[in-house]
Design a protein around this ligand. Structure first.
Ligand code: NDP
Length: 260
């Protein structure tokens, strides 16, 4: 029983560590690998790999959405799929990034949130917050991608006029991943952070300038590691359900939470 994460690039992905450790701890005979799909290669090529299911990462989440035979749950609203299963020759799509994110901030019970960025991950975050009746505002450095957020309050950097304090400020941009950039100029970000309750960065594995600034202002911070683990747990559950395999969910949670 084989699964994989599909993306380009893919060598950095931590998903194989999470899923293979879960298989080991649960005593389930499964294997989870990585697959580098070329950008000019057809997504349908994946059908020939004899996988039972897969996770999809950058830059194929929208392609996956458009390639699936059926889409389930919030993935329909988001327009992006990060988990697929192959069933009787059909490809079924789900999105576990959205709920994976929400589970991280649920206890904060925010009334409103400011999302910085308007890419694929911003879509997942915006739609789950909206579904949970949390008021969402987006800000992006350029206009083009904001057209995908017609039902949300949107600003570009030069049109931004914050009306409210935001309980939650989320960086969904890669700013700070490989450089010392903030996702939004400090003169805008600092006053917003001062009034916020949590600064959440989707980037994981490093202390970003965004989180460093939030810490210097003494507000709570979270990086994207818990979201990564949550989306993997939810995907694992979908994979096993498709194979009619039952298991102890407590062991699944423990195995994925303690390996990274
Ligand atoms: P996309 O490429 O789809 O979107 C990137 C967005 O960030 C765009 O809106 C872009 O603006 C903006 N942006 C890019 N660089 C900068 C910058 N230097 N300053 C300000 N804005 C910038 O990326 P994704 O949404 O797929 O991923 C974003 C990040 O989230 C990545 O770092 C990824 O690793 C992380 N991630 C983490 C997950 C987790 O589980 N923790 C899950 C998914 C993603 P413009 O439109 O102007 O180009």
């Amino acid at each position: 029983m084989q699964f994989a994460v599909i993306g380009n690039p893919i060598s950095h992905s931590l998903s194989p560590i999470l899923h293979n450790h879960a298989f080991k701890m649960l005593g389930i005979p499964g294997f989870y690998g990585r697959y580098l799909l070329q950008e000019n290669q057809s997504f349908y090529h994946l059908r020939s790999l004899h996988l039972k299911g897969a996770n999809i990462t950058v830059p194929f989440k929208e392609v996956a959405f458009n390639s699936c035979d059926e889409i389930f749950g919030i993935a329909r609203e988001i327009g992006a799929v990060n988990t697929i299963i192959f069933e009787k020759g059909r490809m079924l799509g789900y999105n576990t990034d959205a709920l994976g994110f929400y589970l991280c901030i649920k206890d904060l019970a925010p009334k409103n949130a400011l999302i910085i960025g308007a890419g694929g991950s911003a879509k997942a975050v915006a739609h789950i917050l909206k579904q949970k009746a949390i008021c969402v505002t987006l800000i992006n450095r350029s206009k083009k991608r904001l057209k995908d957020f017609k039902n949300f309050e949107c600003f570009t950097f030069d049109t931004f006029t914050p009306k409210n304090p935001y309980d939650l400020i989320i960086n969904t941009t890669p700013a700070g991943l490989t450089n010392s950039d903030l996702p939004l100029a400090k003169e805008y970000l600092s006053p917003l952070l001062k009034k916020a309750r949590l600064a959440f960065d989707l980037i994981y594995g490093r202390q970003t300038p965004f989180l460093t600034l939030a810490k210097s202002i003494n507000i709570a911070t979270s990086d994207g590691k818990a979201m990564l683990i949550n989306q993997a747990i939810l995907a694992f559950e979908i994979f096993m359900e498709s194979q009619n395999i039952t298991f102890d969910t407590k062991i699944l949670h423990q195995s994925m939470q303690h390996i990274l």
